[in-house]
Each structure stands twice: as structure tokens, then as C-alpha cells.
Design a protein. Structure first.
Length: 205
């Protein structure tokens, strides 16, 4: 995580552009913008190597902005995934409805949708991509959030490991533990980086 979030190229740019995703323009969960998608959110997801189709962007920022904002307002910004109940992340929850609304904006797709939602609710809604699914052997079955929550709850050292890793890497408060989890899994697939051990005999890899 130190390499991912802190290392810089010779020109001063981040070694990994994803290091800017969470806090670009103050973050997607900043109080003034927490309940609406902004152009900064669409820029932020490009830091994670995805982009939003122009027509989808117009819907999110203009024609359907009020509807999306109403859903965001029902999703707590200060709640960690590990503490969420099924009413908050299960089928027919506001988060589930928001997912379905954004995901239907062809050709946004699952990965980009997850990154947009993770930008707005970084503590609650995780990034979903091929690396995370491969490492955890979790499939998108409409129940991904609950699967990941249960995985993190299963071994109590996992959440504490993330908390300790966050502190050891000297990360800002605005970087959520859920984002640390995503980075650890992604980096575990990069050359020369070992998978996290969680402080127990169990490993996600």
C-alpha cells in the first residue's frame, strides 16, 4: 500500500493513478457532493482505468441526477460494509436500486458501476473487478456485497489487519479500509508482491 499510494514517478505523478481515485477533488463522499454524482466522480473513475459513456454521463449529471441523488441520500456515508445489515446492502435496498439504475446505462457495466458507487460510498460499497473476484472466488450473483461482508467478518483479524495496514502505510483518513482491501488484493497480483496473510494461517489467495 505504501508503493501504491505514495510512490511517485520522476515527474512527480503517482506511480499508480488509482492512488488519486479516492481523494480527487476532495472525494466523492465529501459532505457537499455526497448525495449527487459530479463531473469529478466521472474523472475519478478514469484513475482506475475505466470511463463512462457520454450518454450515461448526461443521465447521471443532468436528466436523471435528481433520481440518483434521492437514492444516494438513503445510503449512509459513514457506514462500513462490515457493519451493514441486509436491509442496507441486500436485494431491493437503496444501494441495490442505485446499482441497477447505473448498471443499465449501456455500456457502463459491472466494473464501472462498482467504481462509481465506491467513489460515492467508499466505506460501504466495494470495487468489483476481475482481480477481486478471482482472488476471493466470489461471483457476481446479485449478492456480491453480502458475500464480501461475510468474508471480512469470517475471520476477525481481517478487518483489524486492514486497520493496522492503513496506519502502517500512513494513509489519510479519507482512504477507507474497504479501499485498502481492494488495493491489497490488486497488488497481490502484481509481480513481486506477496498476498496478504491477515495475521492467521488463512489467506484470501
Amino acid at each position: 500500500m505504501q508503493t501504491y499510494f505514495h510512490d511517485r514517478r520522476d515527474a512527480g505523478d503517482p506511480l499508480y493513478t488509482g492512488a488519486a481515485f479516492d481523494r480527487l477533488a476532495g472525494g466523492g463522499d465529501a459532505p457537499k457532493v455526497a448525495n449527487r454524482f459530479t463531473a469529478d466522480d466521472l474523472s475519478a473513475v478514469t484513475m482506475l482505468s475505466v470511463s463512462v459513456d457520454p450518454r450515461a454521463a448526461l443521465r447521471m449529471l443532468e436528466t436523471e441526477a435528481d433520481d440518483l441523488s434521492a437514492l444516494l441520500a438513503k445510503i449512509p456515508a459513514e457506514l462500513d460494509l462490515i457493519d451493514a445489515d441486509n436491509h442496507q446492502i441486500g436485494p431491493d435496498s437503496p444501494a441495490d436500486e442505485l446499482w441497477r439504475r447505473v448498471d443499465r446505462y449501456h455500456p457502463v457495466g459491472e466494473t464501472t458501476t462498482s467504481k462509481l458507487l465506491a467513489r460515492k460510498r467508499p466505506r460501504l460499497l466495494p470495487v468489483i473487478d476481475s482481480v477481486v473476484r478471482e482472488v476471493l472466488a466470489i461471483t457476481w450473483s446479485g449478492d456480491y456485497w453480502r458475500q464480501m461482508r461475510d468474508y471480512l467478518r469470517e475471520e476477525s483479524p481481517r478487518w483489524e489487519f486492514l486497520r493496522a495496514a492503513h496506519a502502517a502505510a500512513g494513509l489519510a483518513d479519507g482512504i477507507s479500509l474497504l479501499r485498502c482491501f481492494d488495493v491489497l488484493l490488486w497488488m497481490s497480483r502484481q509481480p513481486g508482491c506477496p498476498p496478504p496473510s491477515w495475521g492467521t494461517r488463512h489467506s484470501p489467495a
